[in-house]
Design a protein around this ligand. Structure first.
Ligand code: PLP
Length: 462
């Protein structure tokens, strides 16, 4: 026992000494006790001190079937007995081929080719480069089309290309001088509508879809110079789970086709069941020209990403070697066999366990359990799409005035939830809930109870 205590103390001293954490003000971190996770099982995480927590954000929106899912564990073990890594530059490997075929089988119908990488950021980066190069060199492309349309509140990752099409100033403004220009349209943040409108209910906007008229006006003006539009379909995740009004995505698809602009759907966060369908685009029967996938693609086990394209885009890269139409891009771990093996097992579990069909009941339960939140004094907006939830906390519900940032209200709420055994993460003052799809009804109830009490404790008595 003493041995374990000493070992844990050493670990905690070392984590403070050696690790620089992502998206973390390290001065604050240095003063805090860090939870060090050692094990997981289903939707439960266990730390080195033996404490258990519900994984309320699916290990950053990525875990699907729970931790230590037997079929996924086995897929990794079996593959490790064959080979852990071999390059996709000049060679192929068995899991990469099978995984690509499976992805195309489940993807929106127009998508036919798979380009692998290893994170959401690289999947988007690749999408941007493919769209740009396609316009430059394809017979059907247009060399004048060199720009991108992106959206306010967008998040597509942290590499320079994906930051260039991002729209969250807090994360992105400091890198301004390094970025390429993109043409930004106002995204539909209905709670704080940028056009000053309101919606009667979520399915029948009483507004006149000003966001779409705005999008069309921008496209009309810039179509001649725009290679592609980048969108997070249905939900802008990192901005605080901003759910787009019904019909928005379909309209955007129609406009892209009308104005000859490629549509890049970034399904990194929303893909693999999170919205209640395998892909968010399915809700509105949209097939994008390019789709970026990561996170849930490997069930949340290993870093894997894929950029899917239409056959037409792929054909735009064919030519004699000396024409240099090749897509000169690739990462060391592109198509990694271990990651692809677990991605195959992930997709098989979706089929074998009817995950999407069984999810409907959980989504309903979540919606029911969330209803009482709206009567809390400081819950301004409640947004849910599938298993994804954003609860926007405000100082004043009438004026929608936020709490001052130095109060760190969102952060204090999630720290309160931790004390009750729930791991969640805020986006500013939006509390995000996004458990693995494997979450049980009991766990949903517990997640909602703890979150409700934590919001009350911090905003009403804190
Ligand atoms: N795109 C979207 C919509 C995301 O939500 C994220 C991450 O949250 C990314 C891209 C970047 O993914 P990664 O963190 O794997 O680079």
């Amino acid at each position: 026992m003493d041995n374990i205590r000493t070992k844990n103390q050493q670990l905690k001293a070392d984590e403070k000494k050696y690790i620089w954490y992502p998206f973390t003000q390290m001065r604050e971190h240095e003063k805090e006790d860090t939870i060090v996770i050692e094990q997981g099982d289903g939707c439960i995480l266990k730390d080195i001190d033996g404490n258990e927590y519900i994984d309320g954000i699916s290990s950053l929106w990525t875990n699907v079937h729970g931790h230590r899912k037997k079929e996924l564990d086995l897929a990794v073990k079996k593959q490790i007995d064959m080979i852990a890594h071999s390059t996709l530059l000049g060679l192929s490997n068995v899991p990469a081929i099978t995984c690509a075929k499976k992805l195309i089988n489940i993807a929106p119908k127009g998508l036919k080719r798979v380009f692998y990488s290893d994170s959401g950021s690289t999947a988007v980066e690749i999408a941007l480069k493919i769209a740009f190069q396609y316009q430059q060199q394809s017979f059907k492309g247009d060399r004048n089309k060199t720009k991108f349309i992106s959206m306010t509140n967008a998040y597509h990752g942290d590499t320079i290309g994906s930051v260039s099409v991002g729209g969250i100033d807090l994360f992105h403004s400091v890198y301004g001088p390094l970025l390429f220009d993109s043409i930004q349209v106002k995204s539909p943040y209905c709670y704080r509508c940028p056009f000053g409108k309101t919606i009667k209910d979520k399915t029948h906007p009483s507004c006149g879809f000003e966001c779409i008229a705005h999008m069309e006006a921008v496209m009309k003006k810039h179509a001649h110079e725009v290679a592609a539009l980048v969108i997070e379909p249905l939900v802008q995740g990192a901005a605080g789970l901003l759910v787009q009004p019904e019909g928005y995505l379909k309209k955007v698809r129609e406009l892209c086709s009308r104005y000859n602009i490629l549509m890049i759907a970034d399904e990194v966060a929303v893909g693999f069941g999170k919205t209640g369908k395998m892909f968010a685009c399915e809700h509105e029967e949209v097939s994008p020209d390019i789709m970026a996938l990561a996170k849930g693609i490997s069930g949340g086990y290993l870093p894997l990403a894929a950029t899917l394209t239409t056959e037409e885009i792929y054909q735009g890269f064919l030519g004699r070697y000396e024409e240099f139409k090749t897509f000169f891009h690739g990462h060391t771990y592109t198509g990694n066999p271990l990651a692809c093996a677990v991605a195959i097992a992930n997709m098989e579990v979706f089929e074998q366990e009817n995950i999407i069909e069984n999810l409907a009941g959980k989504i309903k339960r979540l919606a029911k359990k969330l209803q009482p939140f709206l009567s809390l004094a400081h819950v301004g907006d409640l947004r849910q799409k599938g298993i994804m939830v954003g609860i926007e906390i405000v100082a004043d519900k009438k004026t929608k005035e936020p709490f001052p940032p130095q109060k760190q209200t969102g952060r204090r709420i999630i720290l309160q939830a931790r004390k009750q055994g729930l791991i969640i993460r805020p986006l500013g003052d939006v509390i995000v809930l996004m458990p693995p799809l494997a979450v049980s009804i009991n766990e949903i109830d517990r997640i909602c109870e703890i979150t409700y009490e934590s919001i009350r404790a911090v905003t009403e008595y804190g």
